[in-house]
Design a protein around this ligand. Structure first.
Ligand code: NAD
Ligand code: IPM
Ligand code: MN
Length: 379
């Protein structure tokens, strides 16, 4: 029996609750498909920072590195200044583990009603690939003459050919395993330097993938096209900040932040990938049991796919979709169960459900990612 080691960082707010709920589903499919998942909890986030004054140390980073994958809930706490935990932990781990590709599916499951009229499961199944370590997130810059009329803020944006190529190549590989279409989303009409690097990279990579079509959409126009015509997209590749923003838009289109999954993926396999929902720590509902664990559970399913466990990933996804279809609401006190109760319901469903009940899933993200992970292991 194979064993996967999973580092678990629940984090802040609703993070620990949704992560615990997701792990119930993971253990259910592990049992069903005869593999083991060994979890180790890591005490990281606001409490640890407030107690010790340190967000994360080198020793913890090497301990995390020793795992096959990391499951993260969310971080961010109103008692801590903005950026301390978000940059100090999430961005730091994405960079430390070379997770240069952020994978964020936008898929409407049958039985979930999109708040946008006309969006259906048939026309809403795309994946946002977000470059995950650069752009405005590199953090360079300065603020001087603070508090005066002469205050100057400089926030540098950096794009390197290497990280851009990682994201673009991954997008083309994924599109080849799916419906064969890549859309670059940028602001080449204003950000002419970075835009040129991105467009050149897409053109170069595209020449090696003659079977994959590609086109271009400006980031502002994407805010209209994505909700009104999601069916025109298969894989969207974009820079870090545009990807952050359009993936929350995508989350809304697919039913809300409680349903939107994500993966911080190391495409070379040189360090563990980290799987986390798109949403944050949601301080407005923390401790109430009102958080939907679907996003965290779907992120855990992506983790299983990233570990090459295709059947388990498809089964956990099917279980989430099946439970979602029964819910009267996707967030808040009207969901029908609390976070832990929903996690248990998903886990029970995952023990029995037919993962192929909606037909062949060969081109789904879960299948494509499992395939890419298996190829990576055998290369
Ligand atoms: P948020 O995603 O935490 O919440 C936005 C809204 O969505 C809130 O109304 C919240 O109640 C709702 N929501 C989020 N997840 C939900 C779920 N699973 N079920 C039901 N409703 C859900 O974004 P925010 O309020 O802008 O940020 C809160 C904190 O989280 C900040 O500190 C921010 O920096 C941090 N953050 C962290 C991550 C991360 O850890 N990956 C991501 C985004 C934001
Ligand atoms: C996300 C979050 C993060 C981001 C923050 C918390 C670093 O918003 O994962 O989408 O901006 O990438
Ligand atoms: Mn975000």
């Amino acid at each position: 029996m194979s064993t996967h080691t999973l580092a678990v960082v629940g984090g802040d707010g609703i993070g620990p609750d949704v992560t615990q709920a997701a792990l119930a589903g993971v253990q259910a499919v592990a049992e069903r498909y005869d593999f083991a998942v060994d979890t180790t909890d890591f005490d990281l986030g606001a409490e640890r920072y407030l107690r010790t004054g340190v967000v994360v140390d080198e020793e913890t980073i090497s301990a995390l590195r020793g795992h096959d994958a990391i499951l993260l809930g969310a971080v961010g706490d109103p008692r801590v200044a903005p950026g301390v935990l978000e940059r100090g932990l999430i961005v730091a781990l994405r960079v430390a583990f070379a997770q240069s590709v952020n994978i964020r599916p936008v898929r409407l499951y049958p039985g979930v009603e999109s708040p946008v009229r006309g969006v259906t499961p048939e026309n809403c199944d795309l994946v946002v690939i977000r470059e995950n370590t650069e752009g405005l997130y590199t953090g360079g810059g300065s603020l001087s003459h603070t508090g005066s009329d002469n205050a100057v803020a400089i926030q540098n944006s950096i794009s390197t050919a290497a990280a851009t190529a990682d994201a673009v190549e991954f997008a083309f590989e994924l599109a080849r395993a799916r419906r064969g279409r890549v859309t670059l989303c940028h602001k080449t009409n204003i950000l002419v330097h970075a835009g040129r690097l991105w467009q050149d990279t897409v053109d170069q990579v595209a020449s090696r993938y003659p079977d994959v079509e590609h086109d271009y959409v400006h980031a502002d126009a994407m805010c209209q096209h994505l909700p009104l015509n999601p069916g025109r997209f298969d894989v969207v590749v974009t820079d870090n900040l545009f990807g952050d923003i359009i993936s929350d838009l995508g989350a809304t289109v697919q039913g809300g932040l409680g349903l939107a999954a994500g993966a911080n993926y190391n495409p070379k396999g040189s360090a563990p990938s980290m799987y986390e929902p798109v949403h944050g720590s949601a301080p407005d509902i923390a401790g109430k049991g009102w958080a939907n664990p679907a996003a965290a559970t779907l992120s855990a399913a992506l983790c299983l796919a990233g570990l090459g466990e295709r059947q388990a990933a498809l089964t956990l996804e099917a279980a989430v979709a099946s439970v979602l279809a029964e819910l009267p609401a996707f967030a808040g006190p009207d969901m029908g169960s609390d976070t832990a109760g929903l996690g248990q319901r998903i886990a029970d469903r995952a023990s029995q459900i037919d993962p192929h009940r909606h037909g062949a899933d060969d081109k789904s993200l879960m299948s494509a990612l499992s395939l890419l992970a298996q190829q990576r292991q055998t290369r």
